[in-house]
Design a protein around this ligand. Structure first.
Ligand code: AMP
Length: 397
């Protein structure tokens, strides 16, 4: 990468490498229920270990808010980590102090240790300089491989990079390469799909995307606010009426920037927000006073599909409807499958991200066919907003 320090620039043999990874894994009954984040961290851990580095993993887990909460101990992810790495991983009860240094001092080249949750110390989230210096005592270099935590300026994501020579890990590198190709140097036409519940959480993102894309599809509950702003009655739908002026601003800004906004032209409505609630398709002027818009209709699906076929790059965040409740998953599913097929045929480069989006694409069987799926939530959204992520900026040349 031209603008970041990467592992290509450093000989790690015999060096103690403080490696920040994302091990904030979903758990069910004490076991890791989705190991995607471990899988993403594997290439860097393995490369460092094979090259003879002493690999010291730093990570957070949950929200212990600066105190030791046993339920948030990283010890619980150790079995899954060892399983995927196919080698033993030492564990230190603390990320600083004697318990960390004793474990680390006993490691030989190529061996791996996991240090306890960085967020057991309140200084972590405060990006406290002396806490970062304590962490740094255990390393010769710092490698950050946790893009998903890079929007936070914490001691283990940002502070350390100012104390030790700092490099991007392979997962961070792959993620940024994929994202840069999508928004900074995309093949055009570029289409963005922004769905999900509320406009209020995605305003900055819409503002940034209208200036970068040729087509911006606004979907999900958010679309209701735009429809209401244009004078349509959206009944009992999720809608932020107070944001109607903001929605009109976005539409005006898009016009100036020559970005075409695509809103639903028909919708699926129901009287109840629940799975298999009786539903019907209707045009925008037929939404009843007690209707809830829960998905886009077939004409809208066809419209988005046709535009997608003319585009070379897709960036997607947020579902088209209440995808957790069938049959209101159809819009998301159909567009996801269409984008996946176009990707496989080499006609489009598709990038998606954000928690619900990954779940929705996986449910549609489309996630693994996309060019890149980011598992980062907040960091992906901040990147879509065009912001500088402090954890990334600290690795820049
Ligand atoms: P977000 O976290 O903003 O991406 O929003 C995702 C959530 O938006 C999902 O839980 C969806 O069920 C919800 N959602 C999408 N479309 C609608 C809709 N038309 N009405 C209510 N909720 C929706």
């Amino acid at each position: 990468m031209a603008y970041l320090h990467t592992l290509d620039e450093v000989d790690v043999k015999g060096k103690r490498v403080l490696l920040r990874v994302d091990l904030n894994l979903p758990m069910e009954n004490g076991r890791v229920s989705d190991a995607t984040r471990i899988e993403r961290a594997l290439p860097t851990i393995t490369e460092l270990s094979k090259k003879g580095g002493i690999v010291i993993l730093l990570a957070h887990f949950g929200r212990p808010k600066g105190s030791r909460v046993e339920a948030d101990s990283l010890r619980q992810v150790l079995p899954a980590l060892e399983h995927y790495l196919k080698q033993p991983v030492a564990f230190a009860d603390d990320c600083v102090g004697r318990s960390a240094s004793q474990i680390i001092d006993a490691l030989k080249d190529g061996q791996i240790a996991l240090l306890e949750n960085t967020r057991f110390h309140k200084e972590e989230e405060q990006n406290d300089a002396s806490f970062a210096a304590e962490l740094a005592k255990n390393g010769d270099i710092f490698v950050n491989d946790a893009f998903s935590a890079a929007h936070r300026a914490h001691a283990s994501t940002e502070g350390l990079a100012h104390i030790l020579p700092a490099y991007a890990g392979r997962s961070m590198q792959t993620e940024l390469e994929a994202l840069d190709q999508a928004l900074l140097n995309p093949q055009r036409p570029l289409i963005a799909i922004v769905g999900g519940a509320k406009v209020s959480t995605k305003l900055d993102l819409l503002g940034n995307l209208v200036s970068k894309t040729q087509y911006l599809v606004i979907a999900g509950g958010m679309a209701n606010t735009f429809l209401a702003a244009q004078g349509f009655n959206v009944g009992k739908s999720l809608c932020e009426y107070e944001l109607a002026p903001t929605a009109r601003d976005v539409l005006a800004k898009a016009k100036t920037a020559h970005c075409q906004i695509i809103l639903p032209i028909d919708v699926v409505v129901a009287k109840k927000f629940e799975a298999h609630a009786p539903s019907s398709v209707c045009s925008l002027d037929k939404i009843g006073a007690d209707d809830m818009v829960l998905d886009i209709g077939p004409k809208s699906i066809a419209q988005v599909d046709a535009i997608l076929r003319n585009c070379k790059t897709l960036v997607w965040n947020g579902p088209f409807g209440a995808f957790e409740l069938p049959p209101f998953d159809q819009g998301t599913k159909r567009i996801a499958q269409s984008a996946a097929q176009l990707t496989i045929e080499g006609k489009i480069r598709s990038i998606a991200g954000g928690g619900d989006t990954v779940a929705a694409l996986s449910q549609a069987g489309a996630a693994e066919k996309f060019s890149y799926v980011s598992t980062a939530g907040g960091a992906f959204l901040e990147w879509l907003e065009g912001r500088t992520l402090p954890g990334v900026a600290a690795l820049e040349k």
